[in-house]
Design a protein around this ligand. Structure first.
Ligand code: NAI
Length: 326
């Protein structure tokens, strides 16, 4: 029997937050906004130094998901689960199953999916306990969203530098290359299919677009001055390290498509499938481009970083949906 001990936490600005003891592990489930009776967001499994760090991550990620979901035109909000990586001797599958049972009890208010550290085995354990799991194979849609955002904001491009050739970066590189664009790429693994540069040198590549498709926080006070592109648009979550770095990009005149817009493809597919709206997937993916363009244009007109404009549009939308009683 998979045991769950649940404690409801009251956090200002969040609809539902829980601390769970699932088998031998601790997890937090944060539903930032349950709009139209549902929220969407993945399950992250990683090491955290303290429970406060894990809770902080769940809160920040679930708020970002609300923004991503509403910007993608989906009537729903955002949530996120984090499991503090179980130590040796803990039955990880039992812990994940226990989280699944809890998600099932939420009755559809939260539909989950994979995030960092969530393995195929975790997916099997989760699906044995809950029906509220997004479909698989969404990375190609993320690449498609990045591409449409890039094309709308940058116009014709000749050369794109891609950091990370994984589930998102590889299909992105292939589509660009097939359409005649020069792709320069790096990875911590050997790059064979494209012009390669060492991972440390990717920021110095002269190109139209720098596409971060690896880890977060790569654009910072050290790397931003080195960029030789006119646009940053990629799949990575939080590629710009801090708010100051968003301004740094802006001051260098480099446009940035906020990650909550450019990498929304997987959210579009997962949420649309869960809502039984598969017929809307293509239109929602296609809408990522015009939205990216609109946000960047408004930012230029107002002299503001695009990130700020995107957050404002998203938060207004969340507010409207709440006001409609959704
Ligand atoms: P992945 O794990 O399949 O690929 C990441 C790639 O980056 C790997 O090939 C890895 O070797 C490489 N890499 C890691 N550190 C690097 C470094 N310092 N320099 C160069 N390459 C490095 O991950 P995936 O799924 O492609 O995701 C990439 C990013 O996009 C992540 O930040 C993820 O959170 C984000 N994302 C992914 C979505 C998806 O649909 N897969 C959806 C939304 C966001």
């Amino acid at each position: 029997m998979d045991s769950v001990r649940t404690e409801r936490l009251i956090v200002d600005g969040y609809d539902e937050v829980y601390r769970l003891e699932i088998g031998g592990a601790v997890a937090f489930v944060a539903l930032h906004a349950v709009l139209a009776g549902r929220s969407f967001g993945g399950i992250r499994i990683r090491q955290y130094s303290t429970e406060a760090d894990a809770l902080g991550d769940a809160l920040a990620l679930s708020r970002a998901m609300s923004r991503k979901v509403v910007l993608a035109g989906i009537r729903g909000g955002g949530g996120k689960s984090v499991i503090m990586e179980p130590g040796v001797g803990v039955d990880r599958a039992a812990s994940v199953r226990a989280l699944g049972l809890f998600i099932e009890e939420l009755g559809g208010r939260y539909c989950c999916g994979p995030d960092m550290g969530f393995t195929r085995a975790d997916d099997d354990a989760l699906r044995s306990a809950t029906q509220y799991v997004a479909c698989e194979g969404m990375s190609a849609a993320t690449a498609q969203g990045v591409l449409t955002a890039m094309r709308h904001v940058a116009g014709p491009v000749e050369r794109v530098a891609i950091q990370g050739l994984g589930a998102v970066g590889q299909p992105l590189a292939e589509i660009l290359s097939d359409s005649g664009v020069d792709v320069v790429a790096c990875d911590v693994r050997p790059v064979t299919d494209f012009e390669a540069v060492p991972a440390a040198d990717i920021f110095d590549v002269e190109c139209d677009v720098f596409a971060p498709c690896a880890v977060g926080g790569v654009l910072n006070a050290t790397t931003i001055p080195r960029l030789r592109c006119r646009l940053v648009c990629g799949g990575a979550n939080n590629p710009v390290a801090t708010d100051e770095d968003v301004i740094r990009l802006h001051e260098r005149g480099i446009q940035y498509v906020p990650d909550i817009i450019s990498n929304a493809g997987a959210t579009v597919v997962g949420a649309s499938t869960a809502l039984k709206e598969p017929h809307l997937i293509e239109a929602r993916l296609a809408a990522i481009g015009p939205l990216a363009e609109e946000v960047c244009r408004k930012a230029t007109e107002a002299g503001l970083p695009s990130h700020e404009v995107a957050l404002q549009i998203a938060d207004d939308r969340i507010h409207e949906l709440r006001a409609e009683g959704l």
